[in-house]
Design a protein around this ligand. Structure first.
Ligand code: CMC
Length: 396
């Protein structure tokens, strides 16, 4: 009954009011709580930007310290959770493992996940710290498990990103050698993913949260949404594409020609964006950072050369120009991750660590909105009109 406005994939529908992230796709503008992404990328780090996104203001010294301490306190993963992880074959998708572990968190923290907004909001500071800190530690644990390595426990005295690198790469008999360039690159990578308006996974978090589901349940659903190749999984698809171009001895020319067929299976991965129609400001920052990081680490990656060739060729090609297709954040993020030693199968889980502040801030907006209602879009029905039931024996 009644008229339903049709907007395929909600491309032009504002599903909520939000104070977190401003995105102008026509002009390539991205701001968190009013601060341009370029300034945050230059001056801030992941933890500070996470605080900003979640709480709305940059922290003063005392608040920054308090937030850092809360993150450190919740860095370790409960021993029993190992059983959840180890129930998976080591060949399973790390994103499936991550979402399962996050969806199990309410069982370990029932006081933070009551499914009653008022109660959950009272404990929000703790829940947010548990979510960010543990998603990071879970990713390291999943890496150790899937690669047949012993788990490494977090250290109390290490900053967030260094602690991650320690849990990933230290061995019981040998500490991982800390390089400031590497932790800087990781901070930048996570910061650039910290929030991005109503993307597929964040909208999923809000949708699940709108039913009064707790933060962890909502985030777990968001992580599933992030796993798809058109969203978070694109960073893996980009690297597979670059690797296959390299293996075939192509400089990218043949690939560009195939990408123009309009066939979804031969798309130039890491190009195009549902909202940015001019350029993706994150891609600009990360593209430049790629050069600096690889130079500082003394790495000459042939895949970076291929990526640059592809970018140059596409930016001069009518097909891409007329469709306003530019490199997105995923085009270069994989090359940075590869440079700091993160294997391709873990790329999308890295995106999940980065995006966790965005999920948390968006869930909080849903939970704190006194006028909020459950998300319940309508549809335009195009199926059969009314017809009468036919007994099975009489069916053709
Ligand atoms: N390579 C070749 N052609 C493309 C590409 C591409 N990467 N992206 C879009 N097109 C074409 C598309 O076929 C269509 O052509 P036509 O008008 O002739 O039918 C035209 O460009 C418009 O594209 P669209 O379908 O309106 O774009 P969309 O808004 O539906 O999709 C997208 C956006 C990001 C899913 C898509 O550009 C894509 O698949 N890109 C590759 C995957 C990717 O890099 N995803 C990461 C997104 S950024 C990180 C994140 O948010 O997760």
């Amino acid at each position: 009954s009644g008229y339903v406005a049709y907007d395929q994939g909600y491309g032009n529908t504002g599903s909520c009011e939000s104070e977190i992230t401003y995105l102008d796709g026509e002009h390539g503008v991205l701001r968190h709580r009013g601060y341009p992404i370029e300034q945050l990328a230059t001056h801030s780090d992941f933890v500070e930007t996470a605080y900003l996104i979640i709480y709305g203001e940059l922290p003063n010294v005392a608040k920054r310290k308090e937030f850092g301490l809360r993150l450190r306190k919740h860095a370790a993963i409960e021993t029993q959770m190992q059983k959840i992880l180890e129930g998976f074959p080591t060949s399973a998708s790390p994103m499936a493992m991550l979402s399962a572990m996050v969806s199990a968190l309410p069982a370990y923290y029932p006081d933070l996940a009551t499914n009653d907004f008022e109660k959950d909001l009272k404990n929000f500071d703790r829940a947010a710290a548990v979510a960010i800190s543990k998603v990071r530690s879970m990713v390291a644990m999943i890496y150790r498990y899937t690669h047949g390595l012993p788990y490494v426990f977090p250290k109390q005295d290490l900053p967030f990103c260094d602690n991650f690198l320690h849990m990933m790469f230290s061995e019981p008999y040998q500490e991982y050698e800390r390089l400031p360039e590497v932790s800087k690159a990781l901070n930048l990578l996570l910061l650039l993913h910290a929030d991005h308006e109503q993307n597929c996974s964040t909208s999923t978090v809000r949708m699940v949260g709108s039913s009064a589901a707790n933060l962890f349940a909502s985030m777990s659903a968001g992580i599933c949404a992030l796993s798809g190749p058109l969203h978070g999984g694109a960073n893996v698809a980009v690297m597979q594409m670059l690797q296959s171009i390299h293996d075939e001895g192509d400089d990218g020319t043949r690939f560009i020609a195939a990408a123009k067929s309009g066939n979804k299976s031969t798309r130039l991965m890491g190009f195009g964006h549902a909202v940015y129609r001019n350029f993706d400001p994150r891609a600009k920052i990360i593209g430049e950072a790629c050069d600096t990081v690889l130079k500082r680490l003394g790495i000459d990656d042939p895949l970076l050369h291929i990526a640059k060739n592809l970018e140059q060729a596409a930016l001069q090609d009518d097909y891409f120009i007329s469709r306003k297709l530019y490199p997105n954040v995923d085009f270069y993020s994989g090359i940075i991750m590869r440079a700091i030693g993160i294997p391709m199968d873990m790329f999308t889980t890295m995106f999940a660590i980065g995006r966790s502040p965005g999920y948390i801030a968006n869930w909080k907006e849903v939970a704190s909105n006194p006028k909020g209602r459950i998300y319940r879009p309508r549809q335009v029905y195009v199926g059969a009109t009314e017809r009468n039931y036919v007994p099975i024996a009489e069916r053709p």
